[in-house]
Design a protein around this ligand. Structure first.
Ligand code: SF4
Ligand code: SF4
Length: 207
C-alpha cells in the first residue's frame, strides 16, 4: 500500500481532495503513438501474433479503480476485474494500493485502441523522480527488457509527442493520487541501485 504522506511531497498531506479524473479527456490527451513504427509487429512474432504487452497472463494490467468504473459505465465489455484465484494472485491483490485493481481486457483481437487503459499507454515507460523529488521525465521499465524490444533501444526512440503527453498525464495522476508519486520516488531509487550494480546508466526522456 502506498498511502502514507511522503515528507518530500507536502501535497500528499493536503486535506483537500483533488477533483476526480475525467478519464475520457485524459485518454484523449494521451493518444500519440509510442514510436514511428508499429512496434506491435516487432514482438508479436514471438508470442503467437499477440504483442507481448497485450498478453494479460504475462503482464497483468493494473487499472485505477475509478478508471475501471468509468470503463464499465461507458465501454462495456472492454475491461473487467480479474478474480484472484491462486495464492499468489490473492497476495498480489492484497498488497496492491487500495485505489488500484488487477484487471483483464477483452484481448488483442478485439482491442479498441481508443479505449486502452493508462497502463497500456504508459508501457514500456514509467516516471523517473530525482532524489530531490523533482519529476524529471519518463524512463524505461528496464525490468521488462526481456519482453519489450523498445527498452534501451537507441534505434527506436519514443516520439516527442508521446513523451510530452505521457509526462502531462503522469502530472495529472500525481495530483489525484499523490501516493503514486511516492511510489515512483522509491522505484527510481531502486532503479538507480540496480543500474549501478550493472554499471549501466538510466535514460530519461524529458518534455
Ligand atoms: S510496447 Fe514493447 S511489448 Fe508492447 S507492442 Fe511495443 S514492442 Fe511489443
Ligand atoms: S487493452 Fe488493448 S492495448 Fe491494452 S492490453 Fe488489452 S489488447 Fe493490449
Amino acid at each position: 500500500m502506498h498511502t502514507a504522506a511522503h515528507p518530500r511531497f507536502p501535497m500528499a498531506a493536503s486535506p483537500i481532495m483533488p477533483k476526480p479524473i475525467d478519464w475520457g479527456s485524459l485518454y484523449r490527451g494521451f493518444s500519440a503513438a509510442v514510436t514511428r513504427i508499429d512496434c506491435g509487429a516487432l514482438c508479436a512474432k514471438r508470442n503467437k501474433a499477440v504483442p507481448v504487452c497485450c498478453n494479460n497472463r504475462r503482464h497483468i494490467p493494473l487499472l485505477f479503480r475509478d478508471e475501471l468504473r468509468w470503463h464499465i459505465r461507458h465501454n462495456g465489455g472492454m475491461w473487467r476485474k480479474r478474480t484472484a484465484r491462486t495464492k499468489l494472485d490473492k497476495k498480489q491483490a492484497a498488497e496492491c494500493a487500495n485505489y488500484l485493481e488487477y484487471c483483464l481486457c477483452i484481448g488483442a483481437e478485439k482491442c479498441r485502441r481508443a479505449k486502452r487503459s493508462l497502463t497500456c499507454r504508459f508501457f514500456p515507460f514509467e516516471p523517473y523522480i530525482a532524489e530531490d523529488g523533482v519529476f524529471v521525465g519518463i524512463t524505461y521499465m528496464y525490468r521488462a527488457a526481456k519482453d519489450c524490444p523498445l527498452i534501451d533501444n537507441p534505434d527506436i526512440l519514443p516520439t516527442k509527442a508521446y513523451v510530452r503527453q505521457s509526462i502531462k498525464t503522469w502530472e495529472r495522476i500525481f495530483k489525484r493520487y499523490p501516493a503514486e508519486r511516492e511510489l515512483f520516488y522509491e522505484v527510481s531509487r531502486a532503479l538507480e541501485r540496480s543500474q549501478k550494480r550493472k554499471r549501466r546508466g538510466i535514460k530519461v526522456f524529458a518534455a
